[in-house]
Design a protein around this ligand. Sequence first.
Ligand code: GLC
Length: 547
Amino acid sequence: MTAGQWWRDAVVYQVYIRSFADGDGDGLGDIAGLRSRLGYLSELGVDAIWITPWYPSPMHDAGYDVADHRGIEPTYGTLTQAEALVTEAHRRGLRLLLDLVPNHTSSAHPWFRAAWEATPGSPERQRYIFRPALGDGPPNDWRSEFGGPAWSRAGGDEWYLHLFDREQPDLNWDHAEVRADFERTLRFWFDRGIDGFRIDVAPALAKDPALSDLGGDWTSRGPRPGSAVSGDHPYWDRSEIHELYRSWRELADSYDPPRVFVAEAWVDGPERLAPYVRPDELHLAFNFDFLACPWLAPALRTVIDQTLAVHGSVGAAPSWVLSNHDVARTVSRFARPQSDRPVRVLAELVGIEADAAVGEARARAAALLMLALPGGATLYQGEELGLPEVEDLPDHARADPIFERSGRLDPGRDGCRIPLPWDGAEPPYGFSTGRVTWLPQPAGWASRAASAQAADAGSVLSLYRRALRIRREHPALGDGSMEWHRSDHGVLSFSRLPGFHCVVNVSGAPQPVPPGCDVLLASGPLAAGGMIPPDTSVWLSTDGAPR
Ligand code: GLC
């Protein structure tokens, strides 16, 4: 590993602040709750925390609608509490990343309010993307990621662009004031000791000035036509974007220690991801191809090989990820029959029969695979508890704008955002001292609670803890390289030097442990004769063993 580049093999834990821990009893997670649970995160053994947006927000999109980038949402706490959290996290050796949301603001942001009141052609409207109506309709055919048109009507016969919810107007990144203001935001948090940022929808900031029609019927997260690959899609993954990230890199490098960026970039495969992590751009980019990859050995192997090759070509470390607050929980994705089609969200799972035990076994095995691969990883809160997607939320409880914008056809992302169970036999499972949580928790999560799992050596939490401890101590793990071994169909077998071997059994039949290896950790119980059952991974020590 390159000295001092901690991010290259860091394990980052995503704190979805609304649902992590509630310190004041209002049913919503907050800074006080997070601070009270920092010990849990240290014990888990992660290196850094990424906190989803904690800025003032009307919460039309759970905080990704930011009204003030340099403040703290009052229901989450105060700036003083935020500063104390930074200090305490650092004292515990945990780094802190925040979430920067540069593509859009909230419609409650003072800039948008001023734009709303102002007239067509006014300087106020130029910070956003306002355009005259085309006939009686929107200026072009772009669709919101959340469903429906990407344009809403404003005064003066103009429309404004919002690639997400209508309460999330897109900023105009060709505007000098927009650029300057975000630099100020970066410095504001860097000056307070924040170690870096995750960049929300990093590929969306640059738009075709002509706002040309998209044609076709697709969204940027779905399968995309060739235009996205060539970098001239009208609003996604355009080549101009990289100049902005280079300038942010310079800013981050001007700090001591240098600050770090992680791109949230859903793009067309690793070749399109690599430019974001060139040496003078962002440090890391989540590997969503891995996240969406089915539990099938050939598909996993392809993703791993492509990721390593492409990241290697620009000298970047991969950043593996299995889940986040936008996709269905891993356990529930893997509980379904696996096909070559990548699966991300709950809408793609509805109606497909699930086998919960298989889902959990695969999720455990996938965790050991992920944590054995070269590079870093990001865990999403609750993943370490093996939480399943809550698939049966009542409609009235759903808060994700996707639900309404899709005409209630898409259940949205609330099912992976349920407040965490900490302890106790029933909701709120220690999440809050109040009784009502912002999303209802299911009955039956007592055995999923962190305290119950901490006391159970066979739990998912115990597996993650052990894996992270070994990962910290073992010289072969983290940044570096790996070597595949010949293996049976459906088996992934690779080693890392010195002395480490990982076997992932994605086949339907038990597999032998390679001769001369000692088992360091297995994702589930081994079968008779020490065989590795289906949907199980093992970490092996090959010290002294013939290879
Ligand atoms: C990112 C966030 C998602 C949010 C969207 C709009 O994809 O992860 O939660 O809804 O951006 O900001």
